[in-house]
Design a protein around this ligand. Structure first.
Ligand SMILES: Nc1ncnc2c1ncn2[C@@H]1O[C@H](COP(=O)(O)OP(=O)(O)OP(=O)(O)O)[C@@H](O)[C@H]1O
Ligand SMILES: [Mg+2]
Length: 577
């Protein structure tokens, strides 16, 4: 518990201390207000009551006469003050809880975006989405419960203090009371922690399946393959339900367990004070009342405490993810050198591995500024991986990537990336209008340029229909998604434009139009083309042929065609002569 309090303290800082002070003050005022009942009763036999003596001493201190009227006024004042404090406390607690949720979510998203791409890639998407949407709410709920726990505990402590002042013997009863509670608590806590972890694990898996189904729903529906996957997900949903049921039951049943203990202790107290101590009946009643208040508050700590630990699984996964994102945060080298785009880009003896799978094996490439180069080769040969390295998304495991003979590690990555245009192999479409998709919500839009690009990429019809793109482009055709991704990069001012299969889904009329656009951009910026259709890359200055993570040939189109190698083979299959 302390471990997580520390984590929350890191987030909330002094605010939580202020809240604790407010809570404690509220509890003290309640305790003191109730203690005023003793002088109000004004029973002569109570004279040697220690609590009464303390109150007398306090009234003497402020020089106030203990008339009934004065006592009642003080009593009212105390409870009015308590009400004000409680209202303020509720407001402050609500503010803390809501700002905590905002902060946690923002923090997680920011650290996700700022962490290393290789690490992001290794994360499980279902888990990520589950943590961001569900677990984070439970972590915040846990904080709320933790605060409720502290309120009850501090109120209980105040009553215990009063009970102690009246009669230290009561302390012994309380210790006896505490032992069985502690034993039950430890047992229940274990069950709760375990079910909480099961619940989180199950939720992650469940979220994964749900994402998978949503993403592949077209295929699953059209081919009737939903049944086999739905069996798998049903098992997971049931498991989550079972863990949830267990958690809920332990949570709610535990409160009732303590009631018999309270009654037993109360009965013993009555017996002890009436038969053995022969105390005054008013004193006994008052003591019982105080004891009951203490016991109720101790029992009241249980529900929030259990709810708190029932979120242990969520806290574990949230804080673990956050820590690992922090430790994989990428250094964008903001104090690094400005990139010089009028210089040569070089990959020297670069190798790259995904887990144990070698994707690039000792490749070297030199790209002169403002030239057009192309990567071709079979599927899985390492073209996209090379593009990812050139865009600085991935760092070579071995070898060096340099610009202007400076290692990329010395360059300000943020400035470098601002000038990278990247039409990735996966189309990038946002839930927004065509215009917003291209301008990325920019405030200053160059309409002349925008209109020209919309026209050239064949998006005019979509634009005129004012089409709102939804669900990552589910209401677009494959070619339309690709044109939109391309239009965005043409609109941005880039120095290096990477196009990974940018025209694979567009028709040949549009393809030749896009080739024209590319040839317009030629000599204005460095262009890197990746394509399976060789016609697209015919005009490239240098073509690199990839095979199995290696570069097996390079040269211009005409040179390669004559080489009688892999490229000649590819060209023959596509009917080039
Ligand atoms: N995120 C990843 N995690 C693990 N392995 C990957 C990942 N991305 C690619 N690979 C592997 O790395 C190798 C090179 O992949 P890459 O995407 O660079 O190929 P490619 O030449 O672009 O292929 P394609 O023409 O099919 O797009 C492949 O064996 C692939 O399985
Ligand atoms: Mg690829």
């Amino acid at each position: 518990m302390i471990k997580y309090i520390k984590k929350y303290y890191n987030f909330l800082g002094k605010k939580i201390i202020v809240l604790l002070i407010i809570m404690q003050t509220g509890a003290l005022i309640e305790g003191f207000g109730i203690s005023l009942i003793l002088p109000i009763i004004q029973n002569e036999e109570l004279e040697d009551n220690r609590l009464l003596q303390t109150i007398n001493w306090l009234f003497d201190l402020i020089n106030l006469d203990q008339s009934l009227l004065n006592l009642l006024i003080v009593l009212i004042l105390f409870f009015v003050l308590r009400a004000i404090i409680l209202i303020f406390q509720s407001w402050f607690q609500a503010a803390i809880i809501s700002s905590n949720l905002i902060y946690m979510r923002k923090n997680l998203i920011d650290s996700l975006i700022l962490s290393d791409y290789k690490f992001i890639n290794s994360l499980n998407r279902g888990t990520l989405s589950n943590v961001l949407n569900n677990e984070i709410e439970r972590v915040n709920f846990a904080l709320d419960q933790l605060l409720a726990f502290i309120v009850s505990l501090s109120t209980a402590l105040v009553y215990l203090l009063i009970a102690f002042v009246i009669s230290p013997v009561v302390t012994i009863f309380l210790v006896i009371f505490a032992i069985p509670i502690a034993i039950i608590m430890i047992k229940l806590n274990k069950i709760t922690t375990k079910s909480s972890q099961d619940l989180t694990k199950g939720s992650n898996k469940q979220q994964n399946f749900i994402l998978e189904i949503i993403e592949n729903i077209k295929y699953l529906k059209s081919t009737g393959q939903y049944l086999s996957i739905s069996k798998k997900i049903n098992i997971e949903i049931k498991k989550v339900g079972k863990a949830f049921r267990k958690l809920k039951f332990v949570q709610s049943s535990s409160t009732f367990l303590f009631e018999p203990f309270i009654v037993i202790i109360m009965a013993s107290l009555i017996y002890y004070f009436t038969e053995i101590r022969k105390s005054n009946i008013i004193e006994i009643l008052f003591l019982l009342f105080i004891f009951r208040q203490a016991a109720i508050n101790i029992v009241a700590t249980q529900a929030p405490y259990r709810k708190f630990i029932s979120s242990v699984g969520s806290m574990e996964i949230y804080f673990k993810l956050l820590d690992s994102l922090y430790s994989h945060s990428e250094n964008e080298n903001l104090n690094g050198d400005e990139p010089n785009f009028d210089s040569v880009l070089k990959l020297r003896n670069v190798s790259y591995k995904y887990d144990n799978n070698i994707a690039l094996d000792n490749i070297s490439i030199e790209i002169k500024p403002k030239t057009t180069i192309a990567f071709v080769g079979p599927s899985g040969s390492g073209k996209s991986t090379t593009a990812n390295i050139l865009s600085s998304l991935l760092k070579p495991d071995k070898g060096e990537f340099s610009l202007d003979d400076k290692s990329i590690n010395e360059i300000n990555l943020s400035k470098y990336r601002e000038k990278i245009g990247y039409v990735t192999q996966e189309t990038v479409v946002f839930n927004a209008s065509v215009e917003e998709n291209i301008s990325l919500w920019s405030k200053k839009i160059n309409y002349k340029k925008l209109d020209k690009i919309i026209d050239e990429t064949g998006l005019s019809k979509l634009f005129k229909n004012n089409k709102n793109i939804n669900d990552a482009g589910n209401n677009l055709s494959g070619g339309e998604r690709q044109r939109l991704s391309l239009a965005r990069e043409l609109y941005r001012d880039s120095e290096i434009l990477i196009m990974d299969e940018a025209t694979s889904s567009v028709d040949s009329i549009l393809e030749s139009q896009i080739e024209k656009i590319i040839s317009n951009e030629k000599n204005m910026k460095t262009i890197i083309l990746i394509a399976h259709r060789l016609s697209t890359i015919k005009s490239a200055d240098v073509i690199y042929v990839f095979d199995n993570g290696k570069i097996v040939e390079y040269g211009n189109f005409d040179e390669l065609i004559k080489n009688n190698g892999l490229f000649t083979n590819l060209a023959k299959k596509q009917n080039f002569n």
